[in-house]
Design a protein around this ligand. Structure first.
Ligand SMILES: C[S@@+](CC[C@H](N)C(=O)[O-])C[C@H]1O[C@@H](n2cnc3c(N)ncnc32)[C@H](O)[C@@H]1O
Length: 277
């Protein structure tokens, strides 16, 4: 069977997804697959492609099938143990990079709820800083460790399995804390896309009844975890949550600004801490 035959028979799968799957299963680049559609595939490869296309037809996200996702111009490994990094989260990384700037002095940086390690490994790669990556899921941390190796930042990233700050010594503080914790409310669950609900880890998405329960526990501990002049950056899901989390931060003495994503949705809360505030 040729690539062209598969493309013409693949039915409901989008053309771009199909070519990505063919390229992945044949261990060639997407451009090479597109340019060589007359190429004859061996039986094993053709069978594998047919199986993966069927998985896509059943709704499995492309990133889980091809085990990769581009994030902030880096290629990350992903599988069902972690949330697929979203383009919106790049805004959180951009803000983190802006705050960290070009500074050469050592800043203590934390990625809370690291999942695939998307935020922490990219920050480690693009700055001179070392990053501590925390997640409650051991399985997610295995993926983060693999990504740290792929991005060549193993020596600049530390991984810790912990429920928020629980596993840290009481005296440990940070200059920059970046958090993309689960923020989907129970009522919003039914409205999520089928692919997300069926394939992505529920523990990476569900943030309790209001969606902000994990963030509230997190914010409560921040005053004892953030250094003088430090910043906290939280990804949120829109105006209501931005209001709740922003108010929680202000009540504890942070000055707060909110950033919208490209769709105009409140997406990142930046809080600045001064002990006099
Ligand atoms: C929305 S995902 C974000 C993953 C990744 N940071 C990203 O941006 O793609 C949330 C992550 O927080 C982790 N998490 C959930 N509850 C946690 C807790 N109490 N303490 C630490 N991590 C938690 C989940 O396991 C999941 O990996």
């Amino acid at each position: 069977m040729r690539i062209r035959d598969i493309m013409s028979q693949n039915g409901a799968v989008k053309r771009l997804d199909a070519i990505n799957i063919i390229a992945f299963a044949s261990h060639i680049g997407r451009e090479e697959a597109l340019a060589n559609q007359h190429r004859e595939l061996d039986g094993t490869t053709a069978e594998r492609i047919a199986r993966l296309l069927e998985e896509r037809r059943q709704g499995k996200p492309l990133a889980y099938i091809t085990q990769k996702k581009e994030f902030f111009s880096e290629e990350l490994y992903v599988d069902e143990r972690v949330l697929i990094p979203r383009p919106e989260t790049e805004l959180l990384v951009e803000e983190g990079l802006r705050i960290l700037g070009e500074k050469r002095e050592r800043r203590r940086v934390l990625d809370m709820g690291t999942g695939s390690g998307a935020i922490g490994t990219v920050i480690a790669k693009k700055t001179l800083q070392e990053v501590l990556c925390i997640d409650i899921s051991v399985e997610a941390l295995r993926v983060a460790r693999y990504n740290a190796r792929r991005l060549n930042v193993s020596e600049k990233t530390q991984l810790l399995c912990s429920d928020l700050f629980e596993g840290l010594r009481e005296t440990v503080k940070f200059d920059v804390i970046m958090a993309n914790l689960p923020y989907v409310a129970v009522d919003e669950w039914d409205g999520l896309m089928e692919d997300v609900k069926r394939f992505e880890p529920e523990t990476a998405l569900l943030g309790g009844k209001e969606g902000t329960e994990i963030y509230e526990r997190f914010i409560d501990k921040l005053p004892s975890r953030i250094a003088e002049g430090g910043h906290v950056l939280c990804e949120v899901g829109g105006q209501r949550q931005a209001g709740l989390i922003g108010a929680g931060l202000r009540a504890r003495g942070f000055s707060v600004i909110t950033r919208k994503d490209l769709s105009g949705i409140e997406r990142v809360i930046v809080g600045k801490w001064t002990s006099s505030s």
